[in-house]
Design a protein around this ligand. Structure first.
Ligand code: IMP
Length: 423
């Protein structure tokens, strides 16, 4: 069965652990969107691995791992991540990169950093990894793709079109330094060397060959950060939703059998943007500390809040989620009470929203309508069977399933591979 792993909230739901687990049965793992803005942590044999771009399935050593056309890649970051894995003794010989993936150039990161640090209004809180500007150029058709690095003629022709536009914007809009063609060619030569061992010009053969095998599609970020369906403009610049796997991987939608939405038992968010169930009190702090809620890529403290069934029902719909992997359930082990938001109330007129209101500028007027569940006050990190979970925990999970109308098929009770309950 071919599965897509999708973040169901605002990213950081623990997708890497679930991807890692599901990768056991897969022959090919494809990362389909995003760039090194994503930060994934996987714990294997007490060793922590941090991933940004490379599918965590690489840890198995015997699976093809493909970074698809829908991604954007910052070459230096890619190089650093690969070297780190090699240093840790991981076999990266089956790592492959699509020649159609977009390259994040230094001017993209400069613009991202500049915009973020000078914005007085409308700050997004990006990871400053140049993601937005790279996708902007891709869609403006002035981006560079990895394949361009290997054709002097193509590269030269493209740069003659790109650089006059780019430099004008860099200088006149942002007050940044322009880039000479020589400088960019020099950078591209360096990048060509970085990607050479991994660029897969025979990717069509790879996908053909794997058509009858098991493919796992790995998304980054989460549904609520999707550029079309998320809390726009406080989103990333790609499509983390299940549908993104069909465009970003090179396979069509018929290859997908199941979409696994990964959600925390609570909600976190980094960066700016609406978050109706956010807790700015000591309960939020408690969740942050127990859940170690600090960004992998930026180290920023994550905003924390109660589980939001309104956004999750929306995520089930637009993300195409067919099942849920619920992570970090153990973070609630010492909580007497656990809340779940089942609706939003407009503080201006008392209107109740059961469906997600997509105009995020009015979210400041919304407050969560909660139902309260009794905690289980028991350490569940050692439990491996669903029916061994405390009754209050099973009740909480059953209620979430009822609210979301999709089954919770995986419950994660700790960071390691073994701390997982399959229902
Ligand atoms: P960008 O993707 O760096 O442009 O950032 C846009 C928004 O997405 C910001 O709110 C980021 O904090 C958020 N974001 C990007 N990548 C991740 C991630 O891996 N986890 C959680 N949030 C992310």
């Amino acid at each position: 069965m071919n599965k897509v792993v999708v973040g169901a909230q605002w990213g950081d739901e623990g997708k890497a652990k679930i991807t890692d687990l599901l990768a056991q049965d897969a022959d090919l793992i494809i990362r389909y969107q995003g760039g090194c803005n994503a930060g994934h942590t996987v714990v294997v044999d007490n060793k922590t691995f941090k991933f940004h771009l490379i599918p965590s399935g690489i840890l198995y050593g015997d699976k093809d791992c493909f970074i698809g056309a829908g991604t954007v890649i910052l070459p230096e970051y890619f190089e650093e991540e690969v070297s780190g894995l090699i240093k840790d003794g991981i076999n990266v010989s089956r790592l492959k990169v699509s020649p159609l993936a977009s390259i994040t150039m230094p001017y993209h990161t400069e613009v991202d950093g500049f915009v973020e640090s000078t914005a007085k209004k409308g700050k997004i809180g990006t990871t400053k990894k140049g993601i937005g500007p790279t996708y902007t150029d891709k869609y403006a058709r002035i981006g560079l793709k990895i394949q361009d690095l290997y054709s002097k003629e193509t590269l030269s022709e493209k740069l003659d079109v790109i650089l006059p536009i780019k430099n004008k914007t860099l200088e006149q809009v942002y007050g940044l330094e322009p880039y000479s063609k020589e400088k960019v060619l020099e950078l591209c030569e360096k990048y060509a060397k970085i990607f050479e061992p991994y660029v897969c010009f025979k990717w069509q053969e790879l996908l053909e060959k794997s058509r009858k095998k098991i493919v796992l599609f790995e998304g980054a970020q989460g549904v609520m950060l999707d550029v079309d369906y998320g809390t726009y403009p406080f989103v990333t610049s790609s499509n983390p939703i299940g549908g993104g796997a069909a465009t970003g991987s090179g396979y069509g939608p018929k290859m997908i059998d199941e979409v696994v939405g990964v959600a925390k038992a609570y909600v976190t968010r980094v960066g700016e943007g609406p978050f109706v169930t956010e807790l700015t009190d000591e309960i939020g702090d408690k969740i942050r500390e127990i859940g170690h809620e600090y960004g992998v890529t930026t180290g920023r403290p994550r905003r924390c809040g109660w589980f939001d069934a309104v956004t999750m029902r929306y995520a089930v719909l637009v993300g195409g989620l067919t099942t849920i992997a619920l992570t970090k359930a153990d973070v609630f082990d010492t909580f007497d009470e656990i809340k779940v938001c089942t609706a939003y109330k407009d503080t201006r007129d008392g209107k109740i929203y059961k469906s997600y209101p997509t105009d995020v500028y009015m979210h400041k007027y919304l407050e969560p309508v909660y139902e309260t569940h009794k905690g289980w006050n028991e350490d569940i990190t050692g439990i491996r069977k669903y029916d061994k979970l405390p009754e209050n925990c099973r009740r909480y999970l059953a209620r979430l399933e009822q609210l979301l109308e999709v089954p919770i098929s995986i419950v994660s009770v700790g960071p390691s591979r073994e701390q997982t309950i399959f229902k």
